[in-house]
Design a protein around this ligand. Structure first.
Ligand code: 13P
Ligand code: SF4
Length: 385
């Protein structure tokens, strides 16, 4: 069963978000569709639209490339000839595209209010303070390698790049963390421990999968002095987890899995690794958005799935595999990423028609100094196969 989304409410309140010119409000759906398609046609090869799996149907249908964060980062780096990259996703994704783009390209985010609450849980100055505090606690910073989830600001990625670290996504976290812990630096040294930010759950779930016991993990709270830890706790830790989370994925719980299993004893649960450790342990499988889609689509006819991730992906997946499989959301109330939802067809139309009129709205431009180090951390990730 599809969960009804907030489309009607949103139509009335759209003007409350990034302000749009009056003429882009209250447009009929078919007019909007026709005008987006026309603008896309007129821009032709000058434009490429990238869309994340959590985008709504009215927007995703116009994307040239649809994917998870890794697939879209690769697409952004590979689309070297389009003049404009319009990113239908959230702010950190558009920033990553701007860091990876070719010279002369412009990256646009249709609604600047489309952020990510998890990315906002790690500010550049908090990480700078963390480095200072770790030094104060007596640690050699070379003994700690940072890995940042791509769901982080360009400033965080830059600091990670500068400290010899690397970016990861939900689909390559295990490979990247393995690389980070075993990588030999130019001076022949290896790090003793890894600082993973900003998602403690992705870090814990992946670290555990790699064989790091829970008692060798410590949670660093950036709002506490010395992260709320003692030097002894950090000395023992193989994995330091930044205290950050996704408010969408942490809504899923084990009771929902139990209720699903009771209703569908033959059903399987697949969860995104931003869910808590308990949920991922209780689920049958876990992986990135792309992995979830491929797994369900590749499952035998008649399979029953509960999916623990954002509702637009779950609904679309249910429609695509229907009627051969049953796909339900694990949370009966549906989990909506409200910031992904901010990219509306109205905003998409506004930026595309702007380009036709010679106006660039909502350009995402990472400053050069930040870009240099952030690119190092992103390129490093893309090189690790
Ligand atoms: P994916 O890279 O798995 O698409 O995840 C992105 C994201 O923000 C999940 O909340
Ligand atoms: Fe950020 Fe969570 Fe939304 Fe993903 S689902 S973009 S992590 S707030």
């Amino acid at each position: 069963m599809d969960i009804q989304l907030l489309t009607q409410v949103e139509k009335q309140s759209i003007g409350e978000r990034q302000p749009l010119p009056e003429r882009y409000l209250r447009l009929a759906d078919d007019e909007m569709d026709a005008r987006i398609a026309a603008a896309k046609r007129a821009l032709g090869k000058r434009l490429v639209i990238l869309g994340h799996h959590y985008q709504r149907d009215e927007v995703i249908k116009f994307a040239d490339f649809v994917g998870d964060s890794l697939k879209l980062s690769r697409a952004a780096a590979a689309q070297t000839s389009a003049e404009f990259i319009v990113f239908c996703g959230v702010h950190f994704m558009a920033e990553s595209a701007d860091i990876l783009r070719s010279p002369g390209q412009t990256v646009i985010l249709p609604d600047l209010a489309a952020g990510c609450s998890m990315a906002d849980m790690a500010a550049g100055d908090q990480l700078a303070m963390t480095w200072r505090e770790l030094l104060e606690m007596g640690f050699d910073l070379n003994s700690i390698v940072p890995v940042t989830y791509i769901n982080s600001s360009a400033a965080i990625k830059a600091s990670v790049g500068e400290h010899d670290g690397v970016v990861c996504t939900s689909s390559n976290a295990a490979k990247i963390m393995t690389w980070a812990l075993s990588h030999e630096r130019a001076d022949g040294t290896r790090a003793d421990r890894l600082l993973m930010l900003p998602d403690e759950h992705l870090g814990r779930n992946t670290g555990y999968k790699l064989g790091i016991p829970l008692d060798r993990m410590a949670v660093w709270d950036p709002n506490e002095h010395w992260g709320g830890l003692t030097p002894e706790t950090i000395e023992r830790a193989r994995l330091i987890l930044w205290k950050g989370h996704c408010s969408v994925h942490t809504r899923f719980n084990v009771a929902q899995i139990e209720a699903f299993r009771k209703r569908y004893p033959a059903g399987k649960v697949i969860a995104h690794p931003e869910c808590t450790f308990e949920v991922v342990q209780a689920a049958d499988l876990s992986g990135s958005t792309e992995h979830i889609i491929e797994t369900v689509k590749g499952s035998p006819k008649g399979s029953i799935w509960a999916v623990a991730t954002e509702i637009h992906l779950v609904n679309r997946l249910a429609q695509q595999v229907a009627p051969d499989r049953t796909v339900v959301t694990l949370d009966p109330f549906g989990c909506l990423c409200s910031t992904m939802f901010r990219v509306s067809p109205n905003h998409l139309l506004w930026v595309l028609e702007g380009l036709l009129e010679g106006q660039v709205y909502n350009q995402i431009a990472v400053p050069d100094g930040t870009k240099r180090w952030a690119k190092l951390a992103l390129d490093r990730m893309l090189e690790i196969r």
